[in-house]
Design a protein around this ligand. Sequence first.
Ligand code: NAD
Length: 245
Amino acid sequence: TNAGRGRAALVTGGASGIGRATVARLRDEGWQVLLADLNAENGKRAADELGATFVRTDVSDEDDVAAAVAATVEAFGRLDCVVNNAGVGGAFGALTEIEVADWDYTFAVLVRSVFLGIKHGALAMRAAGNGGSIVNTASVAAFSAGAGPQAYSAAKAAVLNLGKVAAAELGPDRIRVNTVCPGLIVTPLIGDAVEAARSVMDEAQPWPDLGRPEDVAEVIAFLAGDASRFVTGEEITVDGGLRAA
Ligand code: NAD
């Protein structure tokens, strides 16, 4: 299709997993894509393979995020969509044991990043006056205690609310903000935990397969483009029924 023709998107965490699949999906629709990732080796390779432009970016750093937004406008002359997707598992363990530095790192990469992507993305979109779409990646972990590590779950809940706050603030500028909440998706993030994911799936997920990055990318692409033009402040769960069951 050519739904993205002439449009430009910035995708964070585009070097791997859900982000990489999102870059591929948007490129298929004709979007121009700036792929921002901390991992320069994987980022450059993915960008080369998918026809995107790579900029090494630490999403927890304000200067880096501002620079990635500026690089998108510079490369393509516009910015229509920001996908705030980069993430890490972050601190593991009980709240009584997590060190403050690990807690802060988790929130910097998962929450500060989304705030910065919204802030600088919206400033650029507002300056251009053409509206836009911001899509954030939370998780089913946002909804309950049991679906992820403690700090990660709390951070993803913050991402979910941030999407609503931003949608309320930016609606008058025709900037939409939505959230995708993946369930168990096979990517390097879950890595060695794939067997653990499979046993959670057997117990709690109605659909009998684990999710693929492409399953999430499809929904992100829907939220990125005009097909969802009246959808904002919303979340879509992509989890094979895990949350519902
Ligand atoms: P992934 O590990 O395959 O990809 C994450 C990417 O983010 C990597 O390329 C990594 O280099 C990049 N990254 C990490 N820290 C960064 C930083 N500070 N700055 C810039 N880039 C950074 O993981 P994934 O599974 O594709 O995860 C993508 C998003 O989806 C994350 O926000 C994750 O929390 C969320 N998510 C994943 C699952 C799942 O089951 N895989 C479930 C729910 C939510």
